[in-house]
Design a protein around this ligand. Structure first.
Ligand SMILES: Cc1cc2nc3c(=O)[nH]c(=O)nc-3n(C[C@H](O)[C@H](O)[C@H](O)COP(=O)(O)OP(=O)(O)OC[C@H]3O[C@@H](n4cnc5c(N)ncnc54)[C@H](O)[C@@H]3O)c2cc1C
Length: 366
């Protein structure tokens, strides 16, 4: 029998487009908020009792939602609170999953703690960060996540997972792959320490040098990263149509040395930008591949296009549908394969789009 749990009071027929940064998507059949792990568990039981799917929503900054919407329960994560504990020289900061990620980063920087300063300006919630192992400018959350707590929908109980159990890799985790939909993250503990900021990207070091900052502190790096991201349309700004996106639509591909050499040999007059990973794979900027496949920044294709500030951001130019976005993304992927033989992997999560042929093509490897 369906439960009449008073902790779950879903609204019906709720538009999802305003809850996603792309501004696209149909309606949720039901939408509820969870402000505690108990409410998460109750929402899970509510959906299970009715035999309907449940989708966990953070801030909607990494989602392409179907025009038909989601025929199930969308659960907005609204758990709040931050706790701080000392562990020797380190500080353990635990934030509830519904906290704003950037507000949390700001609070770590205000304490002079290093570890997430390069992740300033990334939209979304704290609970969203482990899902794709959020990263930017030389830092990833997997470097500093100590543990997380989650409601395990298989076991129907709260669990604590250490970072080593999360299956983190470049822009990936078990939460996005093998165990997608299984865990509802309720809180994350980050191990941070006072000290020097991470400065590995030339964008960051060059800007610090231009600003005349010789001994940068974490707050300087936060300010510089925010300034760089704003120039690239990578900080959400309602007044900037270039930010009506999911950020980068494709992750930077990791290719073998042989593939890199083949691409470099075919482009003798242009140095191919690259970054050699610890395992010997070579990371090539997806933006470079896209621009050289005929899609310049600002490229328009009907109601969708590329940001005028960054060719990796597909934007809703106004009134776009998920179908428009997916068709354009598939076109880009096809052209990059034709030109370079590299299959780009999409970064966002697709909601209610399981049987969409463009999504199936986008998900396919090279
Ligand atoms: C302008 C812009 C710039 C961006 N820049 C970057 C960047 O530099 N680096 C980067 O890595 N990403 C970037 N992103 C992507 C995005 O901000 C991150 O992936 C963010 O962590 C998503 O968090 P969210 O709360 O919005 O999650 P949502 O978009 O709501 O959800 C994304 C996925 O996470 C799942 N999820 C969310 N919360 C939970 C939870 N509590 N428990 C279980 N599952 C959950 C959802 O079910 C979904 O599968 C950018 C996006 C935009 C729009």
């Amino acid at each position: 029998m369906p439960s009449g749990d008073p902790r779950v009071q879903p609204s019906s027929d709720v538009p999802l487009a305003p809850l996603s940064t792309l501004g696209i998507g149909g309606r949720a059949r039901w939408l509820a908020r969870a402000t505690s792990p108990e409410e998460v568990a109750a929402a899970h039981a509510w959906a299970a009792d009715r035999g309907v799917p449940l989708f966990v929503l953070g801030s909607g900054s990494n989602l392409v939602i179907a025009d038909e919407g989601f025929d199930g329960l969308v659960l907005r994560i609204a758990l709040t609170g931050v706790a701080v504990a000392q562990a020797g020289a380190d500080t353990l900061m635990t934030a509830a999953a519904g906290e704003s990620w950037d507000a949390f980063v700001d609070s770590t920087v205000a304490r002079g703690l290093a570890g997430v300063e390069c992740l300033s300006g990334i939209p979304g919630t704290v609970g969203g960060t482990p899902i794709q192992n959020v990263g930017a400018y030389g830092q990833e959350v997997s470097h500093v996540i100590e543990t997380l707590t989650a409601f395990d929908r298989h076991e129907q109980r709260m669990v604590r997972l250490a970072a080593a159990e999360c299956g983190f890799s470049y822009r990936m985790s078990r939460f996005k792959q093998d165990d997608a939909g299984r865990f509802v993250v309720c809180g994350v503990t980050y191990r941070l320490r006072p000290g020097s900021p991470t400065i590995t990207y030339p964008d960051v070091s060059d800007q610090l040098a231009r600003d005349g900052i010789r001994m940068p502190e974490v707050r300087h790096v936060r300010d510089v990263v925010l300034a760089i991201r704003r120039r690239k349309g990578m900080v959400i700004d309602a007044a900037d149509p270039d930010t009506r996106s999911v950020g980068s639509f494709f992750v930077n591909p990791l290719v073998s040395r042989a593939t890199y050499d083949r691409i470099a040999a075919a482009n003798p007059n242009t140095p191919v930008p690259s970054y050699v990973m610890q395992n010997g794979e070579v990371k090539i900027p997806a933006a470079w591949l896209i621009e050289r496949s005929g899609f310049a920044r600002g490229h328009a294709d009907g109601r969708v296009g590329l940001s005028s500030k960054h060719p990796l951001a597909l934007i809703n130019r106004g009134g776009a549908t998920a179908r428009d976005v997916l068709g354009f993304a598939a076109l880009i992927k096809r052209e990059v394969i034709a030109r370079f033989g590299v299959a780009l992997r999409p970064e966002p999560v697709f909601v209610g789009l399981e049987h969409n042929p463009d999504v199936e093509f986008l998900a396919r490897g090279g």
